[in-house]
Design a protein around this ligand. Structure first.
Ligand code: ADP
Ligand code: MG
Length: 239
């Protein structure tokens, strides 16, 4: 479903050029939960941005459902993103002046859904990610970090995407809250058959996937599929 073929990405030119990805080839079937691991600067966000069509590779091709993203116009790429992909980031990127419900309903406006219907769908998705009705009218600044990230996940899911790209989604959360967000993502993968690509530098977070891809300096150095097992939680993770 997602095919990354000999993809390279260089930022900048000449002596200042950075090879963020060197030659990455991956096939990610629909419904898989992939953890992309590696230290800061190894190329995780670059990879996710290329899959989202937010940036274009210097070499190679990225295909989603057999469609080469480079063959699409900017509008077609935005359209594909809007319909097929949900994005979640480390910083929650919620609109500060909108309520929780308005934040989640907003992507549906771009799809032409009537505002009342959009809000109704937003409420349903918020319930799905565990945000209580009493919270729907609050602004993001009145939420805990975990609630903000759940709201951001609801916003990513309200359009019913097939693919969730989560870039360090627990990076701003304490360990326990982070685990509850990862539990939620795993549950959504299981119940909604959502394809998940989770970028993380945490080894604990990486155990949530079916498959762990490790990147070092722009190259895939490990790619292992693991049977799903209970997540090992270290005592130290709780404090
Ligand atoms: N827009 C950009 N312009 C120049 N260099 C960039 C840009 N984005 C990322 N890089 C560089 O590319 C490399 C990979 O970055 P990134 O994909 O953000 O890594 P990660 O998400 O794993 O921390 C790093 O060396 C980073 O400094
Ligand atoms: Mg990153």
């Amino acid at each position: 479903m997602i095919a990354i073929e000999q993809v390279g990405k260089r930022y900048g030119e000449g002596a200042a050029a950075v090879e963020a990805l060197r030659e990455v080839t991956l096939a990610i079937p629909a419904g898989q939960f992939v953890s992309v691991m590696g230290p800061s600067g190894c190329g995780k966000s670059t990879l996710l941005n290329l899959i989202a069509g937010l940036d274009q590779p210097t070499r190679g091709r990225v295909l989603i459902d057999m469609q080469d993203l480079a063959q699409l116009s900017n509008d077609e790429r935005s359209d594909l993103r809007l319909h097929r992909i949900g994005l979640v980031f480390q910083s929650f990127n919620l609109f500060p002046t909108f309520t929780v419900e308005e934040n989640v309903a907003t992507p549906l406006e771009f799809l032409g859904v009537r505002w009342n219907d959009a809000r109704e769908r937003a409420r349903r998705v918020l319930a799905r990610v565990g945000i209580a009705t009493s919270t729907h009218g609050r602004r993001p600044s009145e939420l805990s970090g975990g609630e903000q990230q759940r709201t951001a996940i609801a916003r990513a899911l309200v359009t019913e995407p097939a693919i969730l790209l989560a870039d360090e989604p627990t990076g701003n959360l304490d360990t326990r809250t982070g685990q509850s967000v990862l539990d939620l993502i795993r549950e959504l993968n299981r119940t909604e058959k959502l394809t998940v690509i989770l970028a993380t530098h945490s080894t604990v977070a990486a155990t949530y996937g079916h498959r762990t891809i490790e990147i070092s300096d722009g190259t895939v150095v490990h790619d292992v599929e693991a049977p799903r097992r209970p997540v090992l939680r270290l005592a130290a993770d709780y404090e």
